[in-house]
Each structure stands twice: as C-alpha cells, then as structure tokens.
Design a protein around this ligand. Sequence first.
Ligand code: SAM
Length: 293
Amino acid sequence: MSELEKTRGAGRLYLCATPIGNLEDITLRALRVLREVDWIAAEDTRHTLKLLRHYDIRTPVISYHEHNEAQRSQELIQRLLRGEEGALVSDAGTPVISDPGYPLVRLAIDSGIPVLPLPGPSALTAALIVSGLPPHPFYFGGFLPRREKERKAALQAVAGLPATLVFYEAPHRLRQTLNDAARVLPGRRAAVARELTKVHEEVVRGTIEELAAHFAAAAVRGECVLLIEGEKLGQEGMTREQAPSEAEIRKALEAEMRAGATRKEAIERVASLYGIGRNRVYRLSLEVGRRPT
Ligand code: SAM
C-alpha cells in the first residue's frame, strides 16, 4: 500500500507523550484523547495507571513493552483496522524515542492506519534547551553501548560531527561514560541534565573533564541526559565541504613535525592555518606516525 492511502474505517493510533516527572506536564489534548480512545497501550501498566488515576481516566490499559512488542503490535493493528481508536504511551516522555513503539508505528503506516502524534515532554528536548549548548544542529544517539570498547567506538564515530551530541545514560554508568568521553572528546563543553522536572532537578555544566570530576565524588542518582559540544568547524563557520579533510590535517601535522615543530607547536600552527578547533587537530595528531596519511 502506498503511504498516502488510508484504510477505510480504520481507527487512529495516537502516540501520546506523558510527563517525565512532574505530573502537570501533560497537554489538555492528551488528557482528552486518553479519556476518549478505546484502549491505551502502555509500557508498564501499573506505572501508567498511576497517571490515569491522577486524572480520573478509566480507559482500559493493555501492556506493550519491548518483550512483547512484535506480537502485540499485530494484535493492536487488527483492533485499529476494525475501527478502534488507540493511544500508545511509555513510562515517561515521548513513546518510540528510546522506548517501545517503532514496530507498531511501522505496521500501522503499512496498514493505512492514521498515526497521530500528541506532542509533549521528552527528556531529549528538555535537556537540550537548558544545556546552554547550541540547540541545533544536534545529534541524538539514544543510549550509548554498555561495554566500554563499543561505547568509545560510538563516541569516536560521532566525534567529527559539527552538532551537539545528546545521549541518554543510566546513572550508574554516567561516571564511566564521562571518563570515556573525556578520552575521546577531550576539552569539550558538556552538560548533564538530571531529574528534570522533579524535586532534585539539576543541570551541571562544564568541560567533560570537570563533569567527570564532579560526578566522581558521589554515587549518581536519578535519570540523566548527557550533552556534549559538537566538533567546531572553525571561526569562519566553514561548512563540511569547505573544511579540510582529516587526511589533509594529518598531512599538515606531519609536515610541521618533520620540519622540527613539537607536537604542541604543530597543533597550534595547523589549527590556525585552517581556522579549526585545536581539539580536533589534537585528536588527529595522536594518529600521526601511527598510520599512513
Ligand atoms: N521516551 C523518553 C523521552 O522521550 O524522554 C525516554 C525514555 S528512555 C527509556 C529513559 C531515559 O530518558 C533515562 O534513562 C534518561 O536518560 C532520560 N530521562 C527520562 N526522564 C528524565 C528526567 N526527568 N530527567 C533527565 N533525564 C530523563
């Protein structure tokens, strides 16, 4: 079926954002739709029932989580095709974003079922706007890999992006992730947004190294978003096409060092020659001598 076709008589699937802490952060439209639909598919039914009870909403709740989403999606699609209206919610924030729902959305679209967003809170946008880092462009990486090697590789893979980097992180992994980020992206500005909209809400801003030291002091609690400044492309605001390639920078560094400059001097000269950030040149200088340019 073409994506423009709608199946006749099919009900609508609403993707409904819910609060990330403060229960007042829910839209009037979300409350009305949650009251009016035939069912609400929820990641954790007990968690969602607390929200529904708070607003005196008595709509039936169906469990829909990462372990049953393939099979449950099929069942929900059948109900929508019969004309029922449904809403998908997650435990907190916007469903589908690092939360269950994508298979259901895809199947609904493929089945000609209208899919409507009910916009509202997301830890991603809430953290981004209070971080003090440029809001766009930004890159959202969801959760970083749990294992150190893969986590560092994932950070390295986005190190060259001229975009604010945003990651969700579990509190018990934050310290290690900050240490890894300090290795891969040294000197960059960063922020940790913790427990947003809740009693112990805080945003800690500084270089990655400062944040690593700050969070090394005590066990980290609560939910966190980590934001890291993107690669700077130079004071003149060069685009990616205008900016020198990594190979060019390595070549320039080698030439400087062959001519007798120390690594530090070479970094300074190449950064100023191309008008690009010293961090980027420093990172590439570590590869000079280790691999062919
Ligand atoms: N879909 C959700 C959203 O749109 O915000 C995110 C779900 S994801 C499973 C949960 C992660 O979101 C947490 O580990 C944390 O990184 C982030 N998060 C959720 N609530 C938060 C809050 N109140 N303050 C900071 N981060 C939060």
